[in-house]
Design a protein around this ligand. Structure first.
Ligand code: NZQ
Ligand code: ZN
Length: 379
């Protein structure tokens, strides 16, 4: 086992009606609130009205920034940060899925500075302070609610990058599974794929950490048992709660303790697909994971077999990979690019972008030859 430091200062509030006293928590940080949300789902499902009631109950002054896109872009972050800076806000309230919360994390460190948020991603600036961030999660998938990471996209330079910093932890995260009742079937399925993929990125990382491996198997087993049931019964509180907690546990540090690092090579492939063709994050992963496992199955056969044994009761690499494919298909997620509407003529463009962005894993490195072979496998 590798040495490790466990640090997670986010206070997580999980369960039915946990936002009923949200106003009181916000008030502790101040009265001027920057409310950040996405394209309007929170207006359709009533969550927006609930948030406004909470803010009014403590006489908060609210500045709103909405329109954060799925696969969020740094320009939105810069504009929202300017709004926060010009109005000297005390606290940020982010209400939405991973895209909104990731954006809010970067807004929180961009408000105190004068440069673009993208400079943090390119290593041109280091954050020194952050405006306190409180999140209300509405989609179970990314784990951003309890981790220090944020993913942003730059369409000009064709980059979608993940980045982490200890200032990006939410002060408080509120998770009410009822808030995910309205998540459409496809997004629910992508969330299930994403949480499984986070477990796999940990599992295929570096170093021996058997207890962390067991956490990985448990979380994946939870998703495999209850994910399909949830798709058939989307307003079932217990099922929503199980998947929501599984998604948080998959990327809050628990499965990484005792490893050198996670691999993250598949996420890096997935980010290329989302960047170039605007496909949802989870869909990019249900395509990339089986191909990546096939490609590296000769290098890590024991790891894949151990995974298969503990998750699907399979005993070969082929059967394990095919079980993952069948599971993703059963959720109606794409396992090939053409299932997501990406045509074969795009192969050269994908390979080129992978090279430009140095797509690779921390544990299993990828060369341009690997890119070419993996791209063959995703079609
Ligand atoms: O924008 P709105 O109108 O809110 O609609 C969203 C969006 O269209 C909708 N939605 C969210 N909650 C809903 C809902 N619709 C109905 N009812 C609700 N309760 O769902 C759509 C997708 O939302 P988005 O936030 O984009 O999804 P997700 O949570 O999967 O986040 C994806 C982003 O997170 C990044 C991804 O790369 C991607 O950019 N990730 C962040 C990570 C992290 N910070 O740790 C790790 C992940 O690996 C991932 O890379
Ligand atoms: Zn992910």
């Amino acid at each position: 086992m590798e040495n490790f430091t466990a640090y997670n200062p986010t206070k997580l509030h999980f369960g039915k009606d946990v936002t009923d006293n949200l106003g009181k928590t916000i008030e502790k940080f101040g009265k001027k609130v920057l409310l950040v949300y996405g394209g309007g789902s929170i207006k359709n499902n009533g969550i927006y009205d609930k948030m406004i009631r909470q803010l009014k109950s403590v006489d908060a002054r609210v500045f709103e920034y909405h329109g954060i896109k799925p696969n969020p872009i740094f320009e939105d972050v810069d504009t929202a940060a300017k709004l926060g800076r010009d109005n000297n806000v005390d606290v940020i309230l982010a209400v939405g899925g991973g895209s909104v919360i990731d954006s809010a994390k970067i807004i929180s460190i961009t408000i105190p500075v004068k440069h673009s948020s993208w400079d943090f991603y390119k290593g041109k600036a280091e954050p020194k302070s952050a405006i306190p961030l409180i999140s209300v999660l509405t989609l179970a998938a990314t784990g951003t609610e309890m981790n220090p990471f944020a993913v942003l996209q730059n369409n000009n330079t064709k980059e979608k990058l993940g980045w982490g910093h200890k200032l990006l932890f939410n002060k408080h995260s509120f998770l009410d599974p009822q808030f995910t009742f309205s998540v459409p079937r496809n997004q629910t399925a992508y969330g299930i794929v994403d949480l499984i993929a986070h477990c796999l990125e940990a599992y295929f990382g570096g170093g021996e950490a058997t207890l962390s491996d067991r956490f990985v198997f448990s979380i994946i087993n939870e998703a495999i048992e209850y994910g399909p049931k949830l798709l058939d019964d989307p307003k079932n509180y217990e099922l929503r709660a199980k998947i929501m907690y599984a998604a948080t546990a998959a990327l809050n540090g628990l499965t990484f303790n005792g490893r050198k690092y996670g691999d993250w090579g598949v996420h890096s492939i997935g980010h290329e697909l989302s960047l170039l063709y605007d496909i949802p994050h989870g869909a990019s992963l249900s395509i990339a994971y089986p191909a990546w496992m096939k490609h590296f199955s000769n290098i890590i056969p024991e790891r894949i077999i151990k995974l298969g044994k503990n998750v699907f009761n399979t005993n070969t690499t082929e059967k394990t990979i095919s079980a993952f494919e069948s599971f993703f298909k059963s959720l109606n997620c794409p396992i090939l690019c053409q299932d997501a509407g990406i045509t074969k003529d795009k192969k050269p463009e994908i390979i080129k972008n992978m090279a430009v962005n140095n797509v690779s894993g921390a544990n299993l490195k990828m060369t341009e030859k690997d890119h070419i072979e993996i791209v063959e496998l995703i079609f």
